[in-house]
Ligand binder design. Structure first.
Ligand code: KIV
Length: 272
C-alpha cells in the first residue's frame, strides 16, 4: 500500500517543491532519540542535529568546542527516532574549514556513521567550492548565512548581521554563492527581515529563517527555546510553545518531597 501523503518521507525534492508556495517548511533541532521521535510524530518536516548542542546539551558558551565525533554520536541517536522527517546534521567548527578533503571526509562520516540525509555548513563564497564537491558526490547540502555562530569571535558576540550596506551586500553574495554551488536549502540567521526576504526572492534554494522574519520559505527553532527548557533564556526571535523547564523543575521538586516524606513509592508502585 502506498504511504498516505502525510506519512511520506520528506526528501530534498519534496522540500524544493515547496519553494515559493504558501506551504512553509518547519524545521526544529533535536539531539536525542526521544525528542527526535516526538518532533517526527508531530509532523515536523526537517530535524536538524545542530552544533547548538554544544550550548544547549554540553553547557558551552559557543558552538566552537563541538567535535565531529559529538555530531556523529548525536546524529546517529537522533536518526533512530526519525522516520518521516528529513534529517540534517551540522558540520562542526574546523571539520571543513582547513581543506576540501577534511570537509568531504567529515560530511561522509555524518552521512555514513550518523545516518544524516544532508549536512549543513556555515559560510558563503569561501565554502562554495566545498558545497559543489559535496553535491557532486551525492551529499545534499544546507548552507547557513547571516549570523553564523561559528564566527562568533569575529562578530564580537551573537549579534544581528546585515544592518550596514556592506554587510547586507556580503550576505546577499554569500547566499547567492551557496545556492549557485548547489545547496538545496539555506538557513538565514539573525538578519533584518527585508534582507531575508530579498534572499528568499533571489535564490532558488529553500530559505529557512531563524531571527530572520516571516518571509523565508520556512523556519527553524532550537528545541530548547521552543519548549521553554531554559526558563531564563528568551531572546526576541523565540516563541515558546511550552514551559517544559518549569514543568520539569516542579516535577523534580515534587518527587524529592515525596521521597523525603515517605510518600514514594506507594503500594501501587511496589511489588508483593
Ligand atoms: O546549530 C543549530 O542549532 C543551528 C540552528 C540554530 C539553525 O544552526
Amino acid at each position: 500500500m502506498a504511504p498516505a501523503p502525510q506519512d511520506a518521507k520528506v526528501t530534498t525534492a519534496a522540500l524544493r517543491a515547496r519553494k515559493g508556495t504558501p506551504e512553509k517548511v518547519a524545521m526544529v533541532t533535536a539531539y536525542d532519540v526521544v525528542f527526535a521521535r516526538l518532533a517526527d510524530d508531530a509532523g515536523v518536516d526537517v530535524v536538524l542535529v545542530g552544533d547548538s548542542l554544544g550550548m544547549v546539551m554540553q553547557g558551552e558558551r559557543s558552538t566552537l568546542p563541538v567535535t565531529l565525533d559529538d555530531m556523529v554520536y548525536h546524529t546517529r541517536i537522533v536518526s533512530r527516532g526519525v522516520r518521516r522527517a528529513h534529517l540534517v546534521s551540522d558540520m562542526p567548527f574546523m571539520s571543513y574549514q582547513a581543506s576540501l578533503e577534511d570537509g568531504i571526509r567529515a560530511a561522509g562520516r555524518l552521512i555514513k556513521e550518523g545516518r544524516a540525509e544532508a549536512v549543513k555548513l556555515e559560510g558563503g563564497v569561501e565554502v562554495a567550492e566545498l558545497i559543489r564537491r559535496l553535491v557532486g558526490l551525492g551529499i545534499p547540502v544546507v548552507g547557513h548565512v547571516g549570523m553564523t555562530p561559528q564566527s562568533v569571535h569575529q562578530f564580537g558576540g551573537f549579534k544581528i548581521q546585515g544592518r550596514t550596506e556592506a554587510q547586507r551586500e556580503k550576505i546577499l553574495a554569500d547566499a547567492r554563492a551557496v545556492a549557485e554551488a548547489g545547496a538545496y536549502s539555506i538557513v538565514i540567521e539573525a538578519v533584518p527581515q527585508s534582507l531575508a526576504a530579498e534572499i528568499t526572492r533571489t535564490v532558488s534554494a529553500v530559505t529557512i529563517g531563524i531571527g530572520a522574519g516571516p518571509e523565508c520559505d520556512g523556519q527553524v527553532m532550537v528545541m530548547h527555546d521552543l519548549l521553554g527548557l531554559e526558563p531564563s533564556w528568551k531572546p526576541r526571535f523565540v516563541r515558546r510553545y511550552a514551559e517544559l523547564g518549569k514543568a520539569a523543575g516542579e516535577a523534580f521538586a515534587a518527587y524529592a518531597a515525596d521521597v523525603r516524606a515517605g510518600r514514594f513509592p506507594g503500594p501501587q508502585e511496589s511489588f508483593d
